[in-house]
Design a binder for this molecule. Sequence first.
Ligand SMILES: Cc1ncc(C[n+]2csc(CCOP(=O)(O)OP(=O)(O)O)c2C)c(N)n1
Ligand SMILES: [Mg+2]
Length: 432
Amino acid sequence: MPEESDVVDALSNLKPLSLHVPEPKFRPGDAVDFADVEVPAAGSVRRPDTLAPAQDFTDLAYTMVRVLDEDGQAVGPWNPQLSPDRLRRMLRDMAMVRAFDERMFRAQRQGKTSFYMKSLGEEAVAIAAAHALDDEDMCFPSYRQQGLLIARGCPLVDMMNQIYSNTGDKLQGKQLPIMYSEKRFGFFSISGNLTTQYPQAVGWAMASASKGDTRIAATWCGEGSTAEGDFHSALTFATVYRAPVIFNVVNNQWAISSFSGFAGAEATTFAARAIGYGIAGLRVDGNDALAVYAATAWAAERARTNAGPTLIEHFTYRAEGHSTSDDPTQYRSAGEPTAWPLGDPIRRLKDHLIALGEWDEDRQAAMDREVAEAVKTAQKEAEKNGILGHGLHQPLDTLFDGVFEEMPWHLREQRQQMIDEETASGRPWARK
Ligand SMILES: Cc1ncc(C[n+]2csc(CCOP(=O)(O)OP(=O)(O)O)c2C)c(N)n1
Ligand SMILES: [Mg+2]
């Protein structure tokens, strides 16, 4: 039997352990060089059959599906061959998201709402997916896929009413601004609790399959959110039951002030998360609307033919702060957004349409004016229903509505107590 002191002596011969703490490459003030970001040539990645077993194309999780090349041409096996009309609608939807974001961001700075989140630089992720999915398919988004609502035709005024939590807000001010819920447009309520939408999407997809329906589900989360347990349990359920669901991981490099390395990006790709679960994994250029469209259409066909779920990593860049509460100059180099090697998704689709002879600079300028005008008009309309700080928009007793189908006795009592107390205090608790 070795003595305890012998064990201690043996261990003392080993080199001490050290902990690896990831560190982003660039901090404020650093010059940015993204030369080591591997960007394969457009058109260079093979396109497997949608019925192929996932283990036949694990290589696709480590490369990048790209369709638009540097000259604005659509090339290779993933080219979805869209009509010019479809391309122009996608371009307009992306421009609309950008104009909407710009105006609502400013509304927050003017004190008209407490909070806003932009998707600058990531517009292709939601817009191209919405165009590739069927309108009846169910979306379980994160807070950065406002493009789904815009592409599906949700009135801008309705979105703004929610942002202002005003009298027109169908959610009665119960959700944080931008946390929309739009059953009409197949858009599940956004939750502030990261990644809860993942298992919900799988559950919905499983129900759709068990009912013999034809609709599929799609869900989105950020790369940082893949570190949540919900992400992993969702993937397990999806692979076991071959749920008709598309998992989208929007790798925009940042999770507020944490860079992607803290979610595991130094060791592997996010698309490769799929491999351990036996799920199809694709990694796509998220700033290439045609690549996003093609990958989504491929995954949708796979899901709809009972061939199983797909995880798509959209490689992109969050060009703005996380939200209006964030200041990215405090933690990352200001040079990053412009140095990003995959460019601007709107400019790339515009260049493609021009290369096809289906668009020009004058039409682009006219479209930009038209979408800006549409957003401005909607904003005036929404502001008639009130903005932050201008009175009580929701009677206080609505606080108790919409939780239970039938209000239980104890909530009825609490509501009455509140009304009695507020009435006695002389404060206005009901809308004038
Ligand atoms: C469960 C949970 N943990 C932490 C937060 C706080 N939080 C909100 S957004 C965010 C960053 C998420 O980053 P990412 O998933 O990359 O999405 P992105 O914002 O980049 O689109 C964090 C940590 C939260 N809302 N919920
Ligand atoms: Mg992120």
